[in-house]
Design a protein around this ligand. Structure first.
Ligand code: F6R
Length: 362
């Protein structure tokens, strides 16, 4: 049931404030993090490994920044198809989390099975709790996104991010890298996120108009720094899978090491730059793009918009948000841009060509 929306994807994008609230309700008890029993002891872990495919991998990539910055745990990430055949040496004092919406992705399941008996704990971050990946894990962390029908993952992505962020905050609390008060403060900010996402969703009309121009492009580039880099990767994936426009993502600092050669007036460059400690660096990369005629679509906040200066093609202004939450909030305009570009192109948004919702063969 599309509930009056034109596509499941549109419905699932719009549902995010509600489903994220549900995820938070499931993991927070009286303002404290309450993990499914028996919980996870982060003090005994030397490292953490995060494995997934596709969008789940980008959720893991974002979480690497959180676990490392907040809890000071070294994190290894990989796509499951590489991990399983590389057969990496594993630290027995480590845990691995396998992130999968369906819980049935063949490569992710094989990667999980490779870890069995080699590490202390195997955890599943899944939407479908009655799934192979959940069954084969010691611990299951449901994301509570509800059924996701659109092939392009949207609400499962943001709910994966929320659960991974809660785990990183719990790790920080246990390891004492954040005080109880600091964790409580972050949780209060997280509680406000669904409201901010509603503001982001209100940009839909603007994004729909922008998408008409983006739909004419042959290539689109996505740039971000820090935890916004994995979101750039996710933005490019979303764009290519439903609009069939070639899209690539780079860490902003990598621009001058190659991809800047692609820039001309035909290539829209989506720059994700919330006001944070890396903002000035991203803006200077953006200026390099504009100096070569590139059309920059800047996604930022009000402060970032006024600091960015002239020459930006279009700016989307999101509400102000704590930097650690920016990757989740910025996911919304990125999803809407891919969605409306695909609608503009007339593709089969919910069932893009060559793709399946659950990839149970490798
Ligand atoms: C992209 C997308 C895919 C899946 C990937 C993993 O929008 O949906 O990249 O993320 O196939 O699927 P799950 O999460 O079910 O293991």
């Amino acid at each position: 049931d599309k509930a009056g929306f034109r596509h499941f994807m549109a419905k699932e994008i719009a549902e995010q404030p509600a489903v994220i609230t549900r995820t938070l309700d499931a993991y927070l008890d009286n303002g404290r993090i309450d993990l499914p029993a028996p919980g996870l002891d982060f003090n005994t872990l030397d490292r953490l490994t995060l494995v997934a495919c596709g969008t789940g991998h980008y959720a893991c990539y974002t979480a690497k920044y959180w676990f490392e910055a907040l809890a000071r745990i070294p994190v290894d990430i990989d796509v499951a198809s590489e991990f399983r055949y590389r057969e990496p040496p594993l630290d027995p004092a480590s845990a691995a989390l396998f992130v999968s919406q369906s819980g049935e992705t063949a490569d992710t399941l094989a990667a999980l099975r490779y870890c069995k008996g080699k590490i202390s704990t195997i955890g599943a971050v899944v939407n479908v709790t009655e799934s192979s990946i959940a069954r084969d894990s010691d611990l299951v962390f449901p994301i509570h996104a509800g059924a996701e029908i659109g092939v392009a993952s949207t609400k499962a992505f943001t709910c994966q991010l929320v659960v991974l962020l809660l785990l990183a905050l719990e790790a920080a609390r246990q390891r004492g890298t954040l005080t109880e008060e600091e964790v409580t403060g972050r949780l209060t900010e997280l509680r406000a996120l669904p409201g901010l996402i509603n503001h982001a969703l209100a940009l839909e009309e603007r994004i729909g108009r922008l998408a008409r121009r983006v739909a004419e492009a042959r290539d689109v580039l996505f740039l971000g720094r820090g935890a916004m880099y994995p979101l750039a990767l996710e933005g490019a994936l979303k764009m290519k899978e439903i609009s069939y426009i070639h899209a690539e993502a780079y860490a902003s600092g990598e621009l001058k090491h190659g991809p800047i050669a692609l820039i001309d007036e035909h290539v829209p460059v989506v720059v994700m730059a919330p006001t944070d400690t890396l903002f000035d660096k991203t803006v200077s990369n953006m200026q390099e793009v504009m100096a070569r005629g590139g059309r920059v679509l800047l996604i930022t906040d009000a402060e970032g918009a006024s600091a960015a200066g002239d020459g930006v093609w279009e700016t989307l202004i999101l509400p102000e948000v704590a930097p650690f939450l920016a990757p989740i909030l910025h996911a919304i305009p990125v999803q809407l841009l891919a969605y409306h570009t695909a609608v503009e192109k007339g593709t089969d948004v919910d069932q893009p060509r060559n793709l399946a919702k659950s990839v149970t063969v490798e």
